[in-house]
Design a protein around this ligand. Structure first.
Ligand SMILES: Nc1nc2c(ncn2[C@@H]2O[C@H](COP(=O)(O)OP(=O)(O)OP(=O)(O)O)[C@@H](O)[C@H]2O)c(=O)[nH]1
Ligand SMILES: [Mg+2]
Length: 172
């Protein structure tokens, strides 16, 4: 009897690199992979030539993700489809997080670097996220606050604001 193929699947949060791993193992682009959540939309078996079948699966989020802090961090990191959250509020919450965590060196947040990037000094009364987004949008997105919110999050996601940690161990 012929040996059956070994079957394995990738399973995990959206946008963490499941499809990219399959492409790497297959050594060619056999499944779609891109830097946004929800790229893989259905199950897809990939047959490798060495007796292994791999199943690419859509990202999953626990249905009982009632911890809003985790949900917020996932949205900031682009690990939740954009349709599921309000971009403007998430960007404002992101600002609140950096303003809170920047004093902790573990977070690796440089307010100076961020202030320089957008030419807005956090120390000069721009500690209110609404005010910050408003001013930043006037400087960078022709007053369009939604586009500014998107820009801020994209800059974080592409590490233009540095390698920031959104969570720090509690003992620090
Ligand atoms: N830096 C880095 N980026 C990676 C790595 N693996 C994947 N990526 C990137 O992460 C992004 C998401 O990869 P995908 O393979 O589409 O992620 P996924 O888990 O299949 O996402 P869904 O299909 O939405 O569930 C892509 O831009 C990849 O290039 C890695 O090891 N390091
Ligand atoms: Mg995928």
């Amino acid at each position: 009897m012929k040996a059956r193929s070994i079957r394995a699947l990738t399973l995990g949060f959206p946008n963490v690199g499941k499809s990219a791993l399959i492409n790497r193992i297959a050594r060619k682009r056999v499944v779609e992979s891109a830097r946004k959540a929800g790229v893989t939309r259905s199950l897809r078996w990939i047959r490798l030539n060495n007796g292994i079948d791999l199943l690419d699966a859509p990202g999953i989020i626990p249905p009982d993700l009632d911890n809003q802090k985790s949900a917020l961090n996932l949205a900031i990191c682009d690990d939740i489809g954009e349709a599921a959250y309000d971009l403007d509020s998430v960007a404002r919450e992101f600002l609140r997080i950096i303003l809170k965590l920047h004093t902790n060196p573990v977070s690796n947040i440089s307010l100076e670097q961020i202030s320089k990037r957008y030419s807005i000094d956090f120390d000069k009364n721009f500690k209110d996220p609404d005010q910050w987004i408003k001013l930043a949008s006037e400087k960078h997105t022709s007053g369009n606050q939604r586009r500014m919110a998107n820009k801020l999050l994209e800059d974080f996601r592409t590490q233009m604001l540095g390698k920031i940690c959104l969570e720090v161990p509690s003992e620090f």
